[in-house]
Ligand binder design. Sequence first.
Ligand SMILES: Cc1cc2nc3c(=O)[nH]c(=O)nc-3n(C[C@H](O)[C@H](O)[C@H](O)COP(=O)(O)O)c2cc1C
Length: 187
Amino acid sequence: MSSIAIVSGTDRPGSRALKVSKYIKTLYEEQGAEVELVSLEDFPIREAYGGNYGKSLPEIEAFRSRVLNADGIVMVVPEYNGSFPGILKLFIDYLPFPEAFDKKPIAFVGEAAGAFGGLRAVEQLQLICSYRNAHIFPERVFLQRIQKIFDEKEGITDETIAELLDSQVRGFTNFVSTLAYNQPHAS
Ligand SMILES: Cc1cc2nc3c(=O)[nH]c(=O)nc-3n(C[C@H](O)[C@H](O)[C@H](O)COP(=O)(O)O)c2cc1C
């Protein structure tokens, strides 16, 4: 059985990213995956305060291991100011360099109030993950005008986008199983 970490990419209380992440978790569980939902609301930011790069940071190390130990990562990414949230970059900057995403399968779900569904945010994040040698899953999903097409109880209410998300979930589950044989577990 593959393990998947879903990263809810913001620390904004009450975010749609977290609600969508919880919904996506149920879809992966239906595929038989073991899922860890990691919300950046819980990132131990106090330990990073002051720029503690390269130091021993037990809380951040415990937090990041929940992501790095998974066979595959799903990034749920809201668009903030035409990019992804700053807390997500801080999280990435506190991952072990350069090995963190090396050969790690990663899938992307963008979500935004706007018409492009987090396209800019995802593309910028993809650049970073590609630079860090991740295996990028090519089917991306963009949840445009998220306030209109997502309901906590019903899930995705737009039929076409729901199908795209289902396809991503099924495809990424297979992608992760295929690649999982060679994944080192980092801390
Ligand atoms: C700091 C901030 C910046 C935002 N910038 C954008 C933006 O550039 N484009 C956009 O479509 N929506 C933007 N939004 C609205 C979000 O897309 C909206 O809040 C949506 O629900 C996703 O964010 P959430 O996961 O925090 O709820 C912004 C929201 C915040 C809090």
